[in-house]
Design a protein around this ligand. Structure first.
Ligand code: XMP
Length: 323
């Protein structure tokens, strides 16, 4: 019979059997799946696991700290954090096209992650043979069911390693749906903020700035986003909405009046949606008081923002994200 305790015990036994006395690497994204997969493997093989977190500088306020502090405190996992903010910002400089941004972020991510893998391999040697992934049951079905291996190619000028390293995949969530993964995460003692986290895109805030991505714009958006999240949580609305992208229209300015004079600032878009699976979505009918609070706080507290607008488009025709 299905209980989270049974799932945890079965998976721990299976992971121990698969990995033996070898070592494993797990990439953390800040999301639920990778955190729960890593926590399970940590419970099974302890210090044979090394987690890697690539800080691309595109996360929301507090999220990197959540991984660095809260995840580590809850699991005791060994974590390698790669501070790659400058590298990502340099690669994104001057780029406004959404697809181009996605490609750059994806490419840099793989390079940085592979480099970190190679460093761990150099430290720990060929004992590192496994890569942990938070693949869920719906991903398995969608991709045709195969399980397998992952390659990294040592094209990074790190000497002393074979040309092509193959990892075996460890996928302890392969039989689970999202809500079951959350229950397992809870059972493993992960913090509520990680277990109940709403979907957030891999390219992060990089695709929530319409226009070029810069450090200043990211900082501004992080403030606005943190306010929106704070007020939605305070109003008890987190479970009612699927997610609420907060978008900075960096290339748009409008006239406003604040304090002594006229301003010429940027609009922030709120995009709260309800959805079952993100394939279709409807705009969330949030209470006016909550919207008013968010708007007042953002325009008061975030410099250079003088207008907050609400996106009332369903999907289709609008996507959930603006880019
Ligand atoms: P759209 O904007 O296509 O988004 O309606 C559907 C869902 O996918 C998320 N999303 C992404 N997730 N990498 C991701 O990991 C991406 O590049 C990406 N783009 C969109 C989005 O947040 C929503 O939940």
């Amino acid at each position: 019979n299905w209980t989270t305790t049974n799932v945890v015990e079965e998976q721990i036994a299976a992971i121990r059997e698969q990995v033996g006395d070898k070592r494993a690497i797990c990439g953390l994204s800040g999301g639920v799946d990778s955190a729960v997969a890593a926590a399970l493997v940590q419970k099974a093989i302890g210090s044979q696991l090394t987690c890697v977190y690539v800080d691309h500088g595109l996360m929301r306020k507090g999220e990197t700290e959540q991984v660095e502090k809260d995840f580590v405190a809850a699991t005791g996992a060994k974590l390698k954090v790669v501070d790659a903010e400058k590298r990502f910002l340099d690669a994104l400089a001057g780029v406004s096209d959404p697809e181009q941004k996605r490609k750059i972020i994806g490419r840099e991510f793989i390079r940085v992650f592979e480099q970190a893998q190679l460093e761990i391999l150099q430290e720990d040697g060929p004992e590192v043979a496994f890569l942990v992934q938070g693949t869920l049951y719906p991903d398995v079905v969608e991709s045709g069911g195969g399980t397998g291996t992952a390659n990294i190619k040592s094209h990074h000028n790190v000497g002393g390693l074979p040309d092509d390293i193959e990892f075996q995949l460890v996928e302890p969530l392969r039989q689970l749906f999202k809500d079951e993964v959350r229950m397992v995460g809870q059972e493993l003692g992960l913090p509520e903020e990680i277990v109940q986290r709403q979907p957030f895109p891999g390219p992060g805030l990089g695709i929530r700035i319409v226009g070029e991505v810069t450090k200043d714009r990211l900082d501004l958006l992080r403030e606005a986003d943190a306010i929106a999240r704070e007020e939605l949580t305070a109003a008890g609305l987190d479970r009612d909405i699927w997610q609420c992208p907060v978008v900075l229209l960096a290339d748009v300015r409008s006239v406003g009046v604040q304090g002594d004079g006229r301003t010429y600032g940027h609009p922030i878009v709120l995009r709260p949606v309800s959805s079952e699976d993100a394939m279709t979505a409807d705009w969330s009918r949030l209470p006016y008081e909550t919207l008013a609070k968010i708007s007042t706080r953002i325009t008061n507290e975030v410099a250079d923002v003088n207008r907050v607008v609400l996106d009332v488009t369903s999907k289709p025709p609008g996507t959930i994200e603006w880019e």
